[in-house]
Ligand binder design. Structure first.
Ligand SMILES: Cc1cc2nc3c(=O)[nH]c(=O)nc-3n(C[C@H](O)[C@H](O)[C@H](O)COP(=O)(O)OP(=O)(O)OC[C@H]3O[C@@H](n4cnc5c(N)ncnc54)[C@H](O)[C@@H]3O)c2cc1C
Length: 212
């Protein structure tokens, strides 16, 4: 079987990339290979489950844009697929006077990143929200939430396969070999140009050596 794109790794990044490719170009033959016997077996399945609001990132930076866009895409996907999530909010605290300047910077970034409902809280309010936390001043960030990323990754895999994508578990990439002539490469790139990302260019220009 020949594929247009092979994605290595069924963590959240590989699965989201593969799903997006299938949505953007349904005729594309996309394969995801994963060395483990399930998706989200590594970092994706072992993180803190926080849906980050983007408050920390420098306004206008790609990190801020990526985080905020991703936040909305994730919540839309959870709603669409009935995946439980909770926008429970979080508090960020300055544990001493010396951290107040840093706290103000974070607050300002949140405002510039257009987060809604941000507010400062005092020591007493911090204790009332989270008795196990001690701080001299805090910020409430209502947008922050929690989700089980294993469930999200599993659903990405299901939708991806439903759209015709292929997922091979227990399949480890052990090497890559160039398989294109100088003539073939520009033709292939031209055909895929509307959806090409740099990372995808790398994927299509290689032949992967797989073990079952
Ligand atoms: C302690 C900690 C807490 C975090 N908390 C959060 C959080 O609360 N919220 C948040 O948004 N982010 C959080 N993150 C970040 C987030 O977890 C990662 O950015 C994300 O999971 C990375 O996903 P990934 O798909 O790149 O990697 P992974 O989930 O590690 O997926 C990579 C996959 O590639 C497979 N693979 C590797 N080599 C091969 C090979 N040769 N052949 C085939 N398959 C292969 C692996 O088996 C694995 O399944 C946290 C990170 C850490 C370290």
């Amino acid at each position: 079987m020949k594929y247009d794109v092979i994605v290595v790794g069924a963590g959240i990044v590989g699965l989201a990339t593969a799903l997006q490719l299938k949505k953007m170009k349904p005729t594309l033959q996309v394969l995801v290979v994963e060395k483990e016997n399930k998706v989200a077996a590594h970092q994706t399945g072992n993180n803190s489950g926080v849906i980050h609001s983007g408050i920390y990132y420098k306004p206008g930076s790609l990190k801020a844009k990526n985080c905020i866009d991703g936040y909305h895409l994730l919540i839309d996907f959870c709603k669409e697929q009935n995946i439980p999530y909770d926008l429970c909010g979080k508090i960020i605290v300055a544990t001493s006077e010396s951290e107040l300047t840093a706290l103000d910077t974070i607050y300002q970034r949140g405002i510039e990143n257009k987060l809604e409902g941000l507010r400062y809280i005092n020591e007493k309010e911090i204790k009332a929200i989270e008795p196990h936390t001690a701080g001299v001043r805090g910020i409430v960030v209502p947008q922050t939430g929690i989700v089980d990323y294993k469930v999200v990754a599993q659903k990405y895999a299901e939708v991806f396969q439903h759209l015709g994508g292929e997922l091979k578990l227990n399949t480890k990439v052990i090497g890559v070999k160039s398989a294109m002539s100088l003539l073939q490469l520009p033709l292939m790139l031209a055909a895929l140009m509307p959806i090409l990302l740099l990372i995808v260019q790398a994927c299509i220009a290689i032949k992967l050596l797989l073990i079952p």
